[in-house]
Design a protein around this ligand. Structure first.
Ligand SMILES: Cc1ncc(COP(=O)(O)O)c(C=O)c1O
Length: 375
């Protein structure tokens, strides 16, 4: 069996052809493919506006520049990739880590407790962990009742639908971001996007993506004005050509992921391997996360990872609590009361999940996991 990673892109002939076509065209960057990709993402999600950028981290940075200012307090989750809360730090704002609920997402009831105690909280940065959107009714309620800003980090969740609400539609949030890294649902190599329904936010993000530079029709032909400090977070037409082609196949990719999840669900029924959640009709399954109580076994998690690697299977762990990272500890974080996250971190790991994972490979992963855990 060849090595099976936890995640991997699916690139076909049509993807390659679209990229080659763009390579032969007049524009490698700032050309028509960028706009086409942005419009396709906005339309897929049902949002009014989309800005495509270099990566998900850039999307978070630009959004934070618009939503936050120095000193703002932001509720966020320890169960994410570093970039979510790093983007709050980029602005010299203050992340406040709230424990997770049993589904791995930020606990919105605990968020409400924080909001009741502290009326200076500016925003919630939530993450649709593993592809499973946060409770949208509760998000709406918190936004309306406490007048806070909401950023949905949907890096894991393009294509997810929660009671008719699509990830990235920003029905109950100010902005949403995506990542198009190769392990995600669709890829542009590196890439990301922001969606919003606010024209004002959209225009600010567009300007900040390109150095804070503005060019208006009444200016002289060579003129441009830098009105604020921006960045170069432009994505190329080459990447967007790949993204447009990938987006056409997104629903098929998700169907394949759901099939794999159902097979895993069935295989682990009534075993010590507990899926973070079983099929709920909502998740777009970027990850398939399971939990095992290692205190009841003769094998440690470290040994499990090593033994599975020997069998050519790449497990992964999502995530080490962000607040426990050395840099965050140096800022005074790490001692928050997050018992659910702490227990989850002890027990969790992610199994291979990507559209091209064959039936045979799925069965091999299941059998190998059983064997190693029981051995
Ligand atoms: C939840 C989450 N947010 C943000 C990011 C950052 O995205 P990128 O790697 O495209 O910068 C990631 C990437 O893994 C992620 O998983």
């Amino acid at each position: 069996m060849n090595f099976i990673p936890y995640g991997k892109q699916s690139i076909d002939k049509d993807d390659i052809e679209s990229v080659v076509e763009t390579l032969k065209s007049d524009f490698l960057t700032t050309g028509p493919k960028v706009k086409e990709f942005e419009e396709a993402i906005a339309s897929y999600c049902g949002a009014k506006y989309c800005v495509a950028v270099t990566n998900g981290t850039g999307a978070l940075h630009l959004t934070s520049l618009v939503l936050l200012k120095k000193g703002d307090r932001v509720l966020t989750t320890p169960n994410s990739f570093l970039a979510t809360s790093n983007s709050i730090l980029y602005i010299d704002a203050k992340p406040i880590f709230v424990d997770i609920a049993k589904d791995g997402n930020i606990d919105l009831d605990l968020c409400e407790e924080e909001l009741k105690k502290d009326n200076s909280i500016k925003a919630i940065y939530s993450v649709a962990f593993s592809g499973n959107m946060v409770n949208q009714e509760k998000l709406k309620y918190l936004k309306e009742k406490y007048g806070i800003l909401i950023l949905e980090d949907n890096a894991h969740a393009i294509g997810a639908v929660y009671n008719g609400i699509k990830a990235g539609s920003c029905i109950n949030s100010d902005c949403s971001i995506f990542s198009f890294h190769p392990v995600k649902h669709l890829t542009t190599g590196e890439g990301g996007a922001i969606t919003t329904n606010s024209k004002e936010i959209y225009e600010k993000i567009l300007t900040l993506r390109g150095h804070g530079m503005v060019k208006t029709p009444n200016m002289k032909p060579w003129e441009y004005e830098m009105r604020e400090l921006g960045f170069n977070y432009r994505i190329t037409d080459i990447q967007c050509a790949l993204g447009i082609s990938q987006l056409k196949k997104l629903d098929n990719f998700i169907n394949k992921r759901v099939e794999i999840a159902k097979k895993y669900d069935k295989a682990f029924e009534r075993t010590i391997v507990k899926p973070l959640y079983t099929y709920n009709g909502k998740s777009s399954y970027h990850l398939y996360v399971v939990q095992v109580d290692f205190t009841k076994l003769n094998i440690s998690k470290e040994k499990l990872f090593i033994k599975m690697k020997e069998k050519n299977i790449g497990l992964q762990l999502h995530y080490i609590p962000i607040n426990k990272q050395p840099y965050y500890k140096s800022l005074g974080y790490g001692d928050e009361k997050t018992p659910i996250m702490d227990n989850y971190y002890r027990e969790c790991f992610s199994l291979p999940m990507f559209p091209k994972l064959s039936d045979k490979e799925q069965s091999y992963v299941i059998a190998s996991l059983r064997e190693v855990l029981n051995g």
